[in-house]
Design a protein around this ligand. Structure first.
Ligand code: MN
Length: 199
């Protein structure tokens, strides 16, 4: 797909005269790819997990948010590719617009691709097409290995993935950052702060 078309789905869902979200342009690959997790209090609260790959942010909506416990399997529903600059977006998407509600940058950082096949690294875009990617996150709240795996699609359903913490030194079943660290890593604000400010 041409780079210029990569954000077609993203743009078609939004009215940029009304939403403060970036219109965006597909970017070039950078040396250390970034990840971001945005807490988004839309129709239902969820965490948008985004990985930079192929000049865009590959995206999943995770209703319960990420866990630091390798025993937890967190449902991750794929959503449209977002522009790289979306990774800095915080704000309130207006009533009546797609995804209406407050968004904060809950965590962000760089990541390394850990996906291999027969000892060789599999590029992230290819790994995602195959339905399985392993990454090492270097965030402010989250770190260490995570696996994202596509699950078989049941009758008539949407594609579903699972996000699971890998068992490494950063795994910690006693932590629960989604509950204990609700604030933005950019501004210190919560989605409730943003909603109150907009009201
Ligand atoms: Mn969202």
């Amino acid at each position: 797909m041409a780079r210029s078309d990569a954000l077609g789905r993203y743009r078609s869902k939004r009215d940029f005269a009304r939403t403060p979200e970036p219109k965006g342009r597909a970017g070039r690959r950078r040396k250390a790819p970034r990840f971001v997790i945005q807490k988004h209090d839309a129709t239902s609260l969820h965490y948008d997990f985004r990985l930079e790959a192929g000049g865009v942010l590959k995206s999943w909506a995770i209703p319960k948010g990420p866990s630091t416990n390798p025993r937890d399997k967190r449902l991750a529903m794929p959503t449209e590719d977002h522009p790289l600059e979306y990774g800095r977006f915080e704000g309130v998407i207006p009533e009546g617009e797609y995804g209406a509600g407050p968004v904060i940058v809950w965590d962000r950082g760089t990541y390394r691709n850990l996906t291999t096949r027969d000892g060789d690294e599999v590029p992230v875009e290819q790994a995602l097409e195959h339905g399985h990617v392993k990454v090492w996150l270097e965030g402010e709240k989250l770190s260490g290995g995570y696996a994202l795996t596509r699950t078989p699609i049941g009758g008539g359903g949407r594609e579903k993935w699972l996000l699971v913490k890998l068992a490494d030194d950063a795994a910690d079943a006693r932590r629960n950052p989604v509950r204990t660290q609700p604030e933005s890593v950019l501004s210190g604000r919560t989605v409730e702060d943003l909603a109150a400010g907009a009201g």
